[in-house]
Design a protein around this ligand. Sequence first.
Ligand SMILES: [Fe+2]
Length: 257
Amino acid sequence: MGFLTSAALSATGYVVLDRDERSVDPSEWLDLEYIGWRSSGITRFAPLASYAGDLECNGFWNHTPPRADKDGVWVRSQIEKAPTLQRLALEPDANVGRCRVIELQPNTYADAIYNLHQDDNNRLNDDGTGWVVRSWRNLTDDADSLLILRSDRFDPTTEVRLPLPTGSRIIVDTQRFWHAVWHRGGAPRYALITSWTSGPELDAYIADGNGDPNPRSVDLPEALVAEAQAEMHRRIEERRLAFEAHGIVMEPPAPLN
Ligand SMILES: [Fe+2]
């Protein structure tokens, strides 16, 4: 049968929507309650919708009973402080799973490459229902920072780099793409991250925002990319050996390239 997917996302797996010019009062993200949650880089998360409306970030499949990343329950104490963010998450009228604000500390390009990961949004998702994708809406103005996407984790020629100014809106099939953010700012970056279920509602929202499946990717100097590749392989190997010393097989050996 297959999952219900978005035609707009099927071309490349991601779309950039028109920038949202509406401003959001910074108190909506600064006054939230954040919890430490390891993602990619030095991050904290402020959950807005969770498995049962509690202040926690765990995947819905890690609860009892487990379920797919759908039907998130709003965290009352948080959305009281962030009504606009809740409205933004509800705007497409698509089902909302996990919804949170991410706080990311400045990092390097090599950090970002090392942190590349795929999400697991569709674990336990039922065949025949909507495929879960991820949206980012940048809250701070991080025009020099880049969302990095790779279809092949180790191949920089598959890389797409999308800038993150205030109001930038990007929707990605994050189970298909390896992704991480290179945040070049001097202060933390904040973004609203929402799991949305694909379907006609999301398609209409993407069309309304002129979703572009072929946005311009920012160029980087070849030497910087090569250096980061070497550093990524060095760190992966270092981590593999560290875990191996404890009898844990953490990573497959780094490929030769
Ligand atoms: Fe992710």
